[in-house]
Ligand binder design. Structure first.
Ligand code: LCS
Length: 409
């Protein structure tokens, strides 16, 4: 038999899980905006609830539009099954609730999206779940954090907002040797740049609010695994907690995903140029971008990811005040949290996305008070650069006006 070549990522974005509709041939997957599904008879209804018939019953338990999105993202992640959720945090909480319980222990990256950490540290702790946060880009720290009751190792790579890169394959080995699962939040990369399941992760999760949807108009999440057992455990939790995605929201994400690969590549091209130029700007103390040679895990990023993404973190020499002035001075970049949209977004993690962690945890995780996070969009590169450089000039002028010889000090 002739071997079938696997479709390319752009093809998958457009066609995976998406077939012309059987009723009228609509090319776009229809939005099944229905909370419930009629049964032809009482016997059919009973068969659906017993599992003998896999037809739809009730949208919290499954919906055809949602199923198309789940198939699409699962295929992009290299196979397995997907489970769409109402938000990225619904995906995070589903993995915690499915795999952790009283007496269990979680090892997590210390630089994760603030609420992913706060949920475990503050809420799950009330139910007897312990958690330890370490720099997962340092494998010794991961090994040392493992305890006999560790059930989950949780990575965000690149980390939010430090962009620290953790070795997924090595962490999978450490987790599996300890009888734990490896969960990877792949939000910053999207499956276009990184496929954690291929590297040994058990579960991959996304805030689809970000790159997958890509248009800053939807909040949604996704879980993917190749294990039927793990999917069963997550699905049971999700449908009972009620964090199911709405079909219209699922359809919007399906539409966004069609251009995912194009958007990711375009944003990365600008991010690479901006990061390299920012590094040379006199007002900038340092820049973190996985594509720069100065990034501590640049070599790992090169081998583990198929591109460096479009998130840049940087610190101004003038610290917090200079960062505030920069954010108030940009005109094209939008001062807002979130990331992965078509528009460039700039924000201050210490007072915004990572405020809930508290100053000590932030310091330990390398999230400095002066750190500015930039999600590079797909605007015309020259416009983006001009906007940032105008704002940086104002930072420089303010520093000079306040009598400092060195910019921003
Ligand atoms: N995982 C990562 C890596 C995230 O960045 C976020 C949200 C989530 C999970 C949660 O997803 P959500 O429930 O919001 O869909 N990150 C945000 C950020 O960095 N700024 O605003 C939201």
């Amino acid at each position: 038999m002739k071997e079938q070549k696997k479709p390319g990522v752009d093809t998958q974005c457009i066609h995976a899980g998406q077939h012309p509709d059987k009723l009228f041939g609509g090319v776009s997957v229809p939005i099944y905006q229905s909370s419930t599904f009629a049964f032809e008879s009482a016997a059919v209804g009973a068969a659906r609830f017993s599992g003998a018939d896999d037809g739809y019953k009730y949208t919290r338990l499954g919906n055809p539009t949602t199923a198309a999105l789940e198939e699409c993202v699962a295929e992009l992640e290299g196979g397995g099954k997907g489970l769409a959720t109402a938000s990225g945090m619904a995906a995070v909480s589903t993995t915690y609730l499915a795999f952790l319980g009283a007496g269990a222990h979680l090892v997590s990256s210390d630089a994760v999206y603030g609420p992913s950490r706060t949920l475990a540290e503050k809420e799950l702790a009330r139910f007897g779940v312990e958690s330890t946060y370490v720099d997962t880009s340092n494998l010794d720290q991961v090994k040392k954090a493992i305890r006999p009751n560790t059930k989950v190792v949780y990575l965000e790579t690149p980390g939010n907002p430090t962009l620290a890169i953790s070795d997924i394959a090595a962490c999978a080995k450490i987790a599996h040797n300890a009888g734990a699962l490896l969960v990877v939040d792949n939000t910053f990369c999207s499956p276009v740049l990184q496929r954690p399941l291929d590297l040994g992760a058990d579960v991959v999760l996304h805030s689809m609010t970000k790159y997958l949807n890509g248009h800053s108009d939807v909040v949604a999440g996704m879980l993917v695994t190749r294990s039927a057992d793990l999917m069963g455990r997550m699905r049971r939790v999700l449908v009972q907690v009620g964090g199911t995605i709405d079909p219209h929201q699922a359809w919007l994400v399906l539409r966004g995903v069609k251009t995912l690969a194009l958007r990711v590549r375009a944003a990365e091209e600008s991010a690479m140029k901006l990061a390299a130029d920012l590094e040379k700007h006199p007002a900038v103390a340092w820049v973190r971008y996985p594509g720069l040679k100065s990034h501590p895990q640049h070599a790992l990023a090169k081998s583990q990811m198929s591109g460096f993404g479009s998130m840049i973190s940087f610190e101004l020499k003038g610290g917090v005040e200079a960062g505030r002035l920069l954010m108030d001075s940009v005109k094209l970049c939008v001062l807002a949290v979130s990331l992965g949209g078509v528009e460039s977004l700039i924000q201050h993690p210490a007072s915004m996305t990572h405020a809930s962690m508290g100053p000590e945890a932030r310091r330990a995780a390398g999230i400095t008070d002066g750190l500015v996070r930039l999600s590079v969009g797909i605007e015309t590169y020259e416009d983006l650069r001009a906007d940032l450089w105008n704002a940086l000039d104002q930072v420089g002028t303010a520093a000079t006006a306040s009598g400092n010889a060195q910019v921003g000090v």
